[in-house]
Design a protein. Structure first.
Length: 340
């Protein structure tokens, strides 16, 4: 279901991926139809228009409804609302249908109440707005997609690929999804979530009572830093320092140090060819094992996968990210045809 301001890439993702899904007998597994509240020319974010002939009455027959983003989703918002035509279209969806959004299409689902009490995501730049406008939604800005009780959301534009492959895998198993991924020249699974795409440069904090200690710590991340030494740099007891630090930084000194070490490791993985053990040492993790554990906890990826994403090559001493075994999903009837 598309709207004015449609992001053309997202429309292409849905048609391309579901359109390539075929059974072992080469039978198409989905019928993909595009609709809009007012059939006709639909404005896009590019210099083309898309002519859509179907109205939203066809949603009553759909097993899956996908709502791509619109450039109008990025306009400043003061209150969640749905235009009457859009609200009517969503009301016509079968109760047992699967419904998904891509990127800021999640604002539509949230405004319709479809995400209430559910975990959902959207583009990381819009996550704070989604949470502010819809506090009843459990917004997770770090993941590529979510799937709860037949309601799915994808993060940024390209995360729509991950979401569609997930749905295909859930419907027809890994074999079909892997073939679609291979035909689209994309990985069947991307490691981690969108947290790894959010820029968080290592910078000095704003002036505060603990600022001198934090500035000093940023200059000495390659060495162990005890809480007593950290507090001593601010001329405070550990108890007072920890309390002030939480008030000013919103996290404990240990949590802050770990975050800064992760950010330093990210910077080194992106900008240098240092082996993983030397990156670990420079970031203050000590060992490559410790770095892998902390990077995976923060971003959901290994150092090699992170470097592969941003540098196009595996880290020295680490296995390449390619060739990982895809997680298996329960296959349904391979000859079943499911409209989307």
């Amino acid at each position: 279901m598309v709207r004015d301001g449609l992001l053309t890439m997202e429309l292409g993702i849905v048609h391309r991926l579901f359109g390539q899904a075929v059974s072992a007998a080469d039978v198409p597994l989905y019928e993909v139809l595009t609709c809009t509240p007012e059939p006709g020319d639909v404005r896009t974010d590019a210099d083309v228009t898309v002519r859509v002939t179907h109205g939203t009455d066809i949603l009553a027959e759909a097993d899956t409804v996908i709502v791509p983003a619109s450039d109008e989703d990025y306009t400043p918002r003061t209150a969640p609302h749905l235009p009457p035509a859009l609200a009517k279209a969503l009301a016509g969806i079968r109760p047992d249908a699967r419904i998904a959004s891509i990127c800021t299409g999640s604002f539509v689902l949230a405004a319709a109440g479809l995400l209430d009490g559910k975990r959902a995501t959207t583009h990381w730049r819009s996550a704070a707005d989604l949470q502010r406008l819809h506090p009843e939604v459990r917004v997770d800005p770090d993941v590529l997609y979510t799937d709860e009780d037949g309601v799915l959301t994808a993060a940024g534009v390209a995360s729509g690929i991950d979401l569609c492959l997930h749905m295909i895998r859930s419907d027809h198993g890994s074999r079909v999804a892997n073939e679609v991924a291979r035909g689209t020249v994309v990985p069947p699974h991307r490691d981690g979530g969108q947290a790894q795409y959010i820029p968080r440069p290592v910078t000095a904090p704003r002036q505060s009572s603990t600022e001198p200690a934090r500035t000093w710590a940023l200059e000495h991340l390659d060495r162990p830093i005890s809480l007593r030494e950290f507090a001593g740099r601010a001329a405070m007891s550990t108890r007072t320092f920890s309390r002030r630090f939480c008030e000013e930084a919103g996290q404990t000194p240990v949590q802050w140090l770990t975050r800064q070490r992760v950010d330093r490791a990210r910077q080194l993985l992106e900008e240098t060819d240092l082996p993983v053990d030397r990156v670990a040492a420079a970031a203050g993790f000590g060992t490559a094992v410790s770095l892998r554990q902390h990077l995976h906890a923060a971003l959901g990826v290994s150092p090699s996968a992170y470097r592969s994403t941003f540098r196009g090559a595996a880290a020295p001493g680490e296995p390449g990210a390619a060739g990982r075994v895809a997680r298996e999903a329960t296959a349904t009837d391979a000859d079943g045809r499911r409209p989307a």
